[in-house]
Design a protein around this ligand. Structure first.
Ligand SMILES: NC(=O)c1ccc[n+]([C@@H]2O[C@H](COP(=O)([O-])OP(=O)(O)OC[C@H]3O[C@@H](n4cnc5c(N)ncnc54)[C@H](O)[C@@H]3O)[C@@H](O)[C@H]2O)c1
Length: 439
């Protein structure tokens, strides 16, 4: 199929869209493309996810099962783990993980594996778009050569583009359809086609001159957050020594109508993006003999935060005549941020591990995470304990790691003996403030 033929199929919504990776990014995209009138084929190597989706069941809290069930019933969506079905797709969007290896280098195995799968099923006239967050150069240097091993050539036989995902799970004011989409193509035909594809379902598309610019855009967004969070984390430690409340300072500073964006300190960085993506750029920078000092420094400060929090907790216990060793600590919130169920890279997990190492007995409560599941590097094997007046009072300290909206902070402070608050979640609690220590 020619560029013109594919463009017509996209504009008339007759194109079949294949989405690879049915996770936190892939599933909202399914909803967006189906909602925009396209038929979507979801491909995932995890057969349990495929079975669940085809049975109309979601495994992500903020994606309702009912929505998946309706899409399956309407015939607009189906999931598969048969790679050969990708051949039928007119556009293929890649949303697979991009973690770090144990030595904190980019783990490209998912992108490479996916590119090889597409290569084996590639046909003339397909558009392939990479959405996974990665270092500038990935689409051209990693994906393209694998796809071209099929004998087909990018720009002539098939079209290749990069468009970064900007999903922010749990956010209510913006959804996939209303978050502007940056698109870079390998050549103008690829850019035109990818712009048309996303333009059909997303309010604003921002075409840029190359895949590298699009790849760098995403990394810059995440480096910006990572560095600014590190800055306020460092200031939190300084202001604490000076007897100044950093949250009050930030709230005052953000009244300035220009030139200041508020970032908030916390117990450390979490999630699939901010603790990881900047290191994709640091790794690539080595090829150019350039150190990325802001990224390294921010990483250093942010990864030290859980230790700082535990030191503050230990001091607060000691002030009350209790050593940390042998104390019972209840961690509130296991998800890496408020109101979601995602625990990847969550600082809460590190807090729990440090507490256990230091001889404390630890439990957790999280209304969004009833039980822990095995992750790449952790296996806590814990269950969320119920949050009652009795349980709260039975711990030497309650450590607020994630400020879920579902928590009743007045109730927590009323019944806990000591509350260590890493998120300023207890800001509006009036009574029992002497029990609260900010960390
Ligand atoms: N989660 C977020 O909030 C977010 C936001 C912006 C960008 N991103 C980026 O989007 C990408 C995907 O992240 P995610 O959070 O959706 O990950 P995820 O782990 O939730 O989902 C990835 C899915 O890909 C599947 N998969 C892995 N290898 C595969 C293969 N070879 N073929 C087919 N399927 C495969 C997995 O089974 C899983 O279902 C990452 O690069 C991430 O950095 C994530």
């Amino acid at each position: 199929m020619s560029e013109k033929g594919l463009l017509e199929k996209i504009e008339s919504r007759k194109a079949l869209v294949g989405i690879i990776g049915m996770g936190y990014v892939g599933l909202p995209l399914v909803r967006t493309f189906c909602g925009g009138g396209f038929r979507v084929l979801g491909y995932d190597i995890d057969p349990a996810k495929v079975r669940s989706l085809n049975a109309g069941k979601s495994y992500i809290e903020h994606i309702p099962s009912q929505m998946i069930a309706e899409l399956v019933r309407s015939g607009r969506f189906r999931a598969t783990s048969r790679a050969s079905e990708l051949r039928r797709c007119d556009a293929i969007i890649i949303c697979v993980p991009t973690p770090l290896t144990k030595t904190r280098d980019p783990d490209m195995t998912y992108i490479i594996g996916t590119a090889e799968t597409i290569r084996d099923n590639l046909r003339r006239g397909q558009l392939v778009v990479l959405e996974s967050t990665t270092y500038p150069g990935t689409t051209r240097e990693v994906v393209r050569p694998i796809l071209e091993k099929s004998g087909l050539k990018a720009g002539r036989d098939f079209f290749l583009a990069f468009s970064p995902e900007r999903e922010d799970p749990g956010r209510k004011d913006y959804v996939t359809e209303t978050i502007p989409k940056v698109v870079g193509g390998m050549g103008t035909a690829a850019r035109t086609l990818a712009t048309a594809l996303y333009g059909a379902v997303i309010k604003q598309v921002v075409p840029v001159s190359s895949c590298e610019v699009a790849e760098a855009t995403k990394i810059v967004e995440n480096v910006y957050r990572c560095v600014n969070i590190a800055m306020v984390n460092e200031l939190k430690m300084l202001f604490d020594r000076m007897g100044i409340d950093v949250w009050e300072v930030i709230d005052a500073a953000k009244t300035k109508p220009f030139g200041f964006s508020a970032f908030y300190p916390g117990p450390g960085l979490g999630g699939h993006c901010i603790p990881i993506d900047p290191f994709y750029l640091s790794w690539k920078a080595r090829e150019y003999h350039m150190p990325t000092r802001f990224i390294e420094l921010a990483g250093e400060i942010n990864t030290a935060m859980p230790h700082y929090v535990i030191e503050r907790l230990a001091r607060a216990l000691s002030d009350r005549g209790k050593p940390l060793k042998g104390s019972r600590v209840l961690v509130l919130g296991l998800a890496y941020k408020k109101d979601i169920d995602d625990i990847r890279e969550s600082p809460s997990i590190e807090l729990i591990e440090i507490l256990c190492e230091r001889g404390a007995t630890v439990d957790y409560n999280d209304p969004h995470v009833p039980t822990t599941h095995k992750q790449r590097e952790h296996d806590l094997r814990l269950k969320s304990i119920p949050l009652t007046a009795r349980t709260l009072a039975s711990y030497d300290a309650v450590l607020i790691s994630t400020d879920h909206s579902a928590y009743d902070y007045d109730f927590i402070v009323r019944h806990a003996r000591l509350v260590v608050d890493t998120r300023n979640a207890t800001a509006n609690v009036r009574n029992g403030r002497s029990k609260i220590v900010k960390a």
